[in-house]
Design a protein around this ligand. Structure first.
Ligand code: FAD
Length: 459
């Protein structure tokens, strides 16, 4: 291992490969063990969403790793939510003030490959077909399995970093050794992915620069554009319908014919866009949605968790990867500050990131209700109008919730706290109104000044 300090990462997904770049560039000797095969050779084995919304937190981390430009070359800009009404109406709700406040759709596989290649260039060694199986923390041995032939491969380690995702095997081993108060709260909703192919002329079938939403109360469809002119559609449904209602659910919609009937009734403008609807439905397994809570993320200087392995969340704020990337920067910085005492570095990392992970987990849960039920509601639209007006009047104090989470890097916990105050102001001021005329703007200005201190970098 030479004179350099050595680290063993488990999982070369999004967080693992980004962390491998950051740490290798800081002089650590890094080995990464990944359960799957090399995506550059075999094609990407992913049953998961194939595109992801990238926002400022994620971009900042990519910048720190020197790969932002390469990633952004293939990213598709999304200016706002395109709301599809049941009557076929379309309404674009911008995310920010202009095109400097947008999010970006990136391809999961391409992003992972870009990060893996940069990690190797930075000096990290990536070992594919190595699934972490068991760990002896006291002796410093880990057993990995090659799933192609079930052969075990044992390695020695000084420190393990768990970037092995929501079903983390390292977390299971840490929990077995030391408890950690692990609990996962599953949502009573799941999802399926479907595809909108390119148009006959090779272009996009629908507006590419938007995140499309078909909000339908307790359920919804969304679609994100891909660089290759397709859209990944995700249908979110309850697992079981409300008793006595004709609400669709994974229990009631089982066959291709049933899903077609559902689209004819509830998503008629999306139906002609998805030619392989029945096949996609029957071949893609439904994905579970849950929030993972842990009391601790590290075991002395022996092991630490980050990304989904530490705090998986529901995907409704499009922040899981962004948060995981923020973790990578925070962990690399903590390890740099305290390289001589990794237990302290991991404790500092956990203390900084855990409250923020909890905050974005809570906001992601809240956002499901907003997306599926509120975005086409007149009360909600009036509150957004007032939010924009208050932002214009107090750009350094009244910063919309979405802006704080998506276009800024203030701690998620601060965004959560300020959002709750702002929501109260918006709800109280618009209660019983259909427009903003006659509002007492002086009183509102005083309320904003009293409740919301200046937010650095907001204006
Ligand atoms: P992963 O990306 O899951 O990587 C884990 C890696 O570890 C994988 O490569 C896996 O093969 C490997 N591994 C697993 N077990 C082992 C083992 N035992 N041994 C070795 N290797 C192992 N986030 C956003 O920011 N924006 C979005 O728009 C967004 N949309 C989403 C939509 C859906 C439907 C879902 C489910 C999630 C979405 N997310 C989004 C969240 C995002 O996918 C995750 O937060 C992100 O992938 C976490 O990165 P990670 O590296 O921690 O885990």
């Amino acid at each position: 291992m030479g004179g350099r300090r050595h680290l063993t990462l488990v999982g070369a997904g999004l967080a693992g490969s980004l962390l491998a770049i950051l740490l290798s560039r800081r002089g650590w000797e890094v080995d990464v063990y990944e359960r799957r095969g090399d995506p550059r050779i075999k094609g990407y084995e992913s049953g998961r969403s194939i595109n992801l919304a990238l926002a400022e937190r994620g971009r900042h981390a990519l910048r720190a790793a020197g790969v932002e430009e390469e990633v952004m070359r293939q990213a598709v800009m999304m200016r706002g939510r395109m709301i599809h009404g049941l009557d076929g109406s379309l309404q674009l709700q911008r995310y920010g003030r202009d095109d400097s406040e947008v999010i970006w759709s990136v391809h999961r596989a391409d992003l992972n490959i870009t990060l893996l290649e940069a990690a190797e260039r930075a000096g990290a060694r990536i070992h594919f077909h190595r699934r972490l199986h068991t760990v002896d923390f006291d002796a410093g041995y880990a057993r990995l399995i090659d799933d192609r032939d079930d052969q075990p491969h044992d390695i020695r380690f000084e420190t393990l970093v768990g970037s092995d995702g929501a079903g983390s095997a390292l977390r299971a081993e840490m929990v077995r050794k030391a408890g950690f108060g692990e609990r996962t709260e599953f949502l009573d909703h799941s999802y399926k992915e479907l595809t909108i192919p390119p148009a006959e002329d090779g272009g996009f079938m629908i507006e590419p620069h938007a995140l499309h939403i078909w909000p339908r109360g307790r359920y919804m469809c969304i679609a994100l554009p891909n660089d290759e002119r397709t859209f990944t559609v995700t249908l979110f449904l309850p697992n079981h319908g409300e008793p006595g209602s004709d609400e669709p659910s994974f229990a009631s919609v089982r066959s291709g014919a049933e899903v077609r009937a559902l689209f004819e009734r509830d998503f008629p403008d999306a139906l002609p866009l998805i030619p392989d609807l029945e096949r996609d439905w029957e071949h893609h397994p439904p994905g579970l949605l849950g929030t993972l809570y842990l009391d601790r993320w590290h075991l002395g200087n022996r092991a630490v968790l980050l990304g989904d392995a530490a705090h998986a969340m529901v995907p409704f704020h499009g922040q899981g990867m962004n948060c995981a990337f923020e973790d990578c920067v925070a962990l690399a910085e903590a390890m740099e500050r305290d390289a001589g005492d990794l237990a302290s570095a991991f404790a500092a990392f956990e203390a900084e990131r855990k409250p923020n992970a909890r905050a974005i987990q809570a906001m992601a849960l809240e956002n499901y209700i907003e997306m599926r039920d509120r975005v086409d509601d007149p009360d909600f639209l009036l509150q957004r109008e007032l939010e924009r007006t208050l932002q214009e009047r107090h750009p350094a104090r009244f910063v919309p919730h979405y802006t704080m989470v998506t276009f800024m890097r203030i701690p998620y916990a601060v965004a959560l706290e300020r959002s709750a105050i702002q929501r109260r102001i918006l709800e109280q001021a618009t209660a019983g109104r259909s427009d903003l005329s006659g509002l007492d703007w002086d009183a509102l200005d005083r309320q904003v000044h009293g409740a919301l201190p200046v937010l650095q970098d907001a204006a």
